[in-house]
Design a protein around this ligand. Structure first.
Ligand code: FMN
Length: 190
């Protein structure tokens, strides 16, 4: 039988930035548990904001011409979804919020394909704002009936230059335990 898949999305514009690097570590942990993973990112891949055309109602397809429909297809096919954002002025990066709002509309107004997917948010900051970003991103998970496991702290990492977040020992311990909990729940729900 094919293993269940977890999709991990980095909302950073930096291809090999902290967000992408810490999500790669989550993917490694999930693969150790026997799950399949794919890490994708928004570097060089702008995602526009929802224009409220409501054309997705019924069609299940977003009318805007960027990579959103392709990414939504990957989310639909996955059993788990972990999203990571750099903290920008105390909030999540705009393009990631655009993605979540548009995917949310596709699911919520159609077949609710997000329901019962397992996952949660991750936030990377230099100094402050990460807990607000976790709260901000959780709004997407909870309104879409998704299952979000906890960890021993919140999924927040500290770092500025690419790679620094990997040196945040407590942050990484928390995050890898969260990833492990995502994997364990998926395997138990099978
Ligand atoms: C536009 C912008 C705004 C930022 N705002 C914050 C902030 O509010 N708080 C903070 O701690 N770090 C802030 N940072 C720093 C980033 O969150 C930090 O460098 C993070 O590691 C970037 O993740 P990345 O390497 O995945 O892109 C900001 C960076 C940029 C480019």
């Amino acid at each position: 039988m094919k293993p269940e898949k977890v999709l991990l999305i980095s909302g950073s514009p930096r291809k090999d930035g902290n967000t992408a690097l810490v999500l790669e570590r989550c993917a490694d942990r999930l693969e150790e548990l026997g799950l399949e993973t794919e890490v994708i990112g928004l570097a060089g891949r702008p995602v526009a904001s929802c224009v409220a055309c409501y054309k997705c109602l019924g069609s299940g397809i977003c009318s805007l011409d960027d990579d959103l429909n392709e990414i939504a297809g990957k989310i639909r096919a996955a059993r788990g979804l972990i999203v990571g954002s750099p903290v920008y002025f105390g909030t999540a990066r705009g393009d990631l919020l655009n993605l979540l709002q548009r995917v949310g509309m596709l699911s919520y107004n159609n077949d609710k394909f997000l329901s019962w997917k397992v996952g949660g948010p991750v936030a990377v900051n230099r100094r402050g704002g990460a807990t607000s970003v976790i709260q901000e991103l959780l709004m997407f998970f909870f309104i879409n009936e998704m299952i979000v496991p906890g960890s021993t702290y919140w999924n927040i990492l500290y770092g500025k230059k690419p790679g620094e977040a990997l040196q945040d020992g407590e942050g990484m311990t928390t995050l890898l335990r969260f990833a492990e909990n995502v994997g364990k729940i998926i395997l138990r729900l099978k």
